[in-house]
Ligand binder design. Structure first.
Ligand SMILES: Cc1cc2nc3c(=O)[nH]c(=O)nc-3n(C[C@H](O)[C@H](O)[C@H](O)COP(=O)(O)OP(=O)(O)OC[C@H]3O[C@@H](n4cnc5c(N)ncnc54)[C@H](O)[C@@H]3O)c2cc1C
Length: 412
């Protein structure tokens, strides 16, 4: 293999490129990204960048510094043509079509992540909606909100109480902005952590002054009545919340449009085998890769920082090692910072999982919960309980019995 192209100069793509070099690949590596920014880290966008603790220069991806690759930043991939594969399924490469040219490759890493979902009827100026409606996925999104905060933003509606919405709500409250958080489900993160834990997190936000509205959706967003500055958010219980800005955090969509017609299987992401192999010479990693996990017995697509790093490295190894590469099947892990509350989950939880509080109380800002399924431990959540998450991680990997996990976690 002489030429490898990486699509996406973010966490998964940069770590794939770094792993290729570390593992001795001496051919050319070109890293393409639609954004013109140097590679940056996303977790601080909704935290330190909004609260003002970090500026854009503080969030560069360290692993991208001095990386021996050709950067092609500001070029979007718009199509993929794969050479027909040989009878032995060998990696024959293909051509990546860009909006400003094309690149031939022997190996391709697809790591172009996901984009924030928008409200169908909320618009934003580009969609004919009002000014002041935005999402938070990119540095430009975060800088736009930060600039509004610096200019004295006084009220915001956050639509969606997922991790990004909760973090934006927390950062805005830390800057004394009045925050209304609107979530159509009965509890924040109910599908991921269960309603009881979700309601406990809602309590954290209420104690910090957020107006949390659960079980109510957004019908539409219009320019505010009156002087027309700001937005009116019309809720489906008939109420209207007026705010200067609306931040929509209702999940993401994998960036796969440009791969239609390429021959790859696209189904809620780029579908890969258990080694992240999507087609001869093509691997996928990060937020857009979907692969079969034997550990959890299902197809997974994971949107966490740790996963982007680990899958980028595993995808690179797969390109170099060929079919001898091991299956990629780690235990997922993530964290989220809201005020002085650190939420961490190792493994999987889920609304229908067995769940037991093993430390603290859900009425408090510090507790740990053990999750299980079919009598086995599947995940551990810590809210300001990093020790529980760290010490239980190996047990999640081992998949010990749920009862033993509860006992072990209570003894910590
Ligand atoms: C605001 C925010 C806060 C987060 N906080 C946390 C956290 O606290 N903890 C945690 O575990 N995870 C967090 N995450 C999730 C984590 O950052 C993501 O899982 C990770 O960034 C995914 O990396 P990726 O490389 O797969 O994709 P991305 O980071 O989405 O990068 C994809 C790259 O591909 C580029 N691209 C897209 N389409 C094209 C195209 N057609 N051609 C060329 N380039 C293209 C994009 O410009 C982008 O640079 C957060 C995410 C966000 C947005």
């Amino acid at each position: 293999m002489d030429a490898i192209v990486v699509v996406g100069a973010s966490l998964a793509g940069v770590h794939a490129a770094a792993a290729l070099r570390r593992d001795g690949f001496v051919g050319s590596i070109t890293v393409v990204d639609a954004q013109a920014h140097r590679p940056y880290d996303r977790p601080p966008l909704s935290k330190e960048l909004l609260t003002g603790r970090f500026g854009p220069d503080d969030i560069g991806l360290r692993s991208a510094v001095d990386l021996d690759v050709t950067w092609r930043l500001g070029s979007a991939a718009v199509g993929l043509e794969l050479n027909s594969s040989g009878a032995d399924g060998a990696a024959l490469g293909g051509r990546l079509l860009l909006d400003d040219g094309e690149l031939a490759f022997d190996g391709l890493v697809i790591a172009c992540g996901a984009s924030a979902r928008t409200l169908p009827d909320a618009g934003g100026p580009d969609a004919g909606g009002p000014d002041g409606v935005g999402v938070l996925r990119t540095l430009d999104d975060a800088l736009a909100l930060r600039s509004a905060l610096d200019d004295g933003l006084s009220s915001v509606v956050v639509v969606g109480a997922g991790f990004i919405g909760l973090e934006v709500a927390a950062s805005c409250r830390q800057r004394d902005v009045a925050v209304t958080l609107v979530e159509p489900m009965a509890a924040p993160l109910g599908r991921i952590l269960g309603d009881d834990v979700g309601l406990a997190l809602a309590g954290v936000h209420r104690r910090h002054g957020v107006d949390v509205r659960l079980g109510v959706g957004v019908q539409r967003v219009t320019a505010a009545a009156g002087d027309g500055s700001g937005c009116d958010v019309h809720l489906d219980d008939g109420s209207v919340v007026t705010a200067q800005r609306v931040v929509v955090g209702i999940g993401v969509v994998p960036n796969t449009d440009w791969l239609q017609g390429s021959g790859l299987t696209i189904d809620n992401g780029v579908v890969c085998d258990e080694t992240l192999w999507a087609a001869p010479g093509v691997v996928a990693a990060g937020d857009l890769a979907r692969w079969p996990s034997a550990r959890f017995g299902s197809m997974l697509r994971v949107e966490h920082w740790d996963h982007a790093v680990a899958s980028g490295e595993a995808a690179a190894r797969r390109l170099l090692a060929g079919a001898d590469a091991p299956a990629f099947d780690p235990v997922p892990w993530f964290w989220s910072d809201q005020y002085d509350t650190k939420v961490q989950l190792v493994g999987m939880a889920g609304a229908d999982a067995d769940a037991e509080v093993v430390s603290g109380s859900l009425d408090d800002d510090r507790f740990a919960v053990v999750y299980g399924r079919n009598g086995r431990l599947t995940g551990v959540l810590g809210v300001n309980r990093p020790r529980h998450v760290a010490l239980m991680r190996a047990r999640v990997e081992q998949g010990i019995s749920f009862d033993d996990a509860v006992t072990a976690a209570r003894d910590l």
